[in-house]
Unconditional design. Structure first.
Length: 265
């Protein structure tokens, strides 16, 4: 069979990525702000211009590991396809947390750090700057988008808090592109059909990932999405896209049901 043409041939082009995000910010009426810099690159976040009490608050991040390019591509494609929805939601989006890593196809930052093991300290300036945006926020949904070279399929970490759980529904939404990871243990943790669920305590890991901070900031639902890096890039991007769509739709439905059950006084 002939090789598949690659749709995302500029997936490690940070300038191109941010040109697309600037267009999204304009069309969806989001604030685009520089919040830090690292490795010679400016870091940006996007946020809703005003708080809308009638709609959920959602946190989205990608590209904390620069060799996981399907995360940044999946997120921007979702945003480009949903400008009206972006206007309607309360959003905080970090489109690429490690631009130096993205450009250099590196998991780590230029100082050799794994940024997703740096949220327990304020010693990393860009993490400290990111935390200024997160602290005090109450998110109904938080998605941290990742990839894994050891994965045999798509899998999700779902931090235990609210029920019913959503993990199976998210994997099902992307199954046409990548099936769930069949392993019974993932990173030493029990997995069932691509889902790893666990309660979180502050001492569970000495070096905190981003998801831990969001959990202790009381985000209602937190998911770490992992697409398999050895699969075709287009399938990985499409899987990330579908999971974001499904998670946001479920969040909107849950928020609506909760609002109807507890109308404002």
């Amino acid at each position: 069979m002939p090789a598949r043409l690659l749709r995302h041939d500029r997936a490690h082009d940070y300038r191109f990525l941010m040109r697309r995000w600037r267009a999204v910010a304009s069309s969806a009426e989001l604030r685009l702000e520089k919040y830090s810099e690292a490795g010679g690159w400016d870091l940006y976040c996007l946020a809703s211009r005003r708080k809308k009490p009638e709609t959920p608050s959602i946190y989205l991040s990608a590209g904390i590991h620069g060799d996981e390019a399907a995360t940044t591509e999946g997120l921007i494609e979702w945003a480009q396809a949903n400008a009206d929805m972006l206007r309607a939601l309360n959003l905080l989006i970090f489109p690429c947390l490690n631009p130096w890593g993205l450009v250099n196809n590196s998991r780590r930052d230029p100082d050799g750090r794994d940024l997703n093991r740096s949220f327990h300290t304020s010693a990393v300036p860009q993490i400290a700057a990111q935390m200024q945006w997160i602290t005090g926020c109450a998110f109904d949904l938080a998605l941290n988008l990742h990839e894994d070279y050891d994965a045999l399929g798509l899998y999700i970490y779902e931090l235990q808090r609210l029920r019913p759980y959503w993990g199976e529904s998210l994997l099902q939404a992307a199954a046409e592109h990548i099936p769930p990871d069949p392993r019974r243990k993932i990173e030493g943790r029990v997995a069932r059909a691509g889902i790893v669920r666990r309660p979180i305590t502050p001492d569970l890991m000495p070096e905190w990932p981003e998801a831990f901070v969001l959990y202790f900031q009381k985000a209602a639902r937190i998911f770490t999405v992992e697409t398999p890096s050895e699969f075709h890039l287009d399938d990985r991007v499409d899987s990330q896209f579908k999971i974001i769509c499904q998670a946001v739709n479920l969040c909107r439905e849950e928020f609506s049901l909760r609002s109807r059950a507890s109308p404002p006084k």
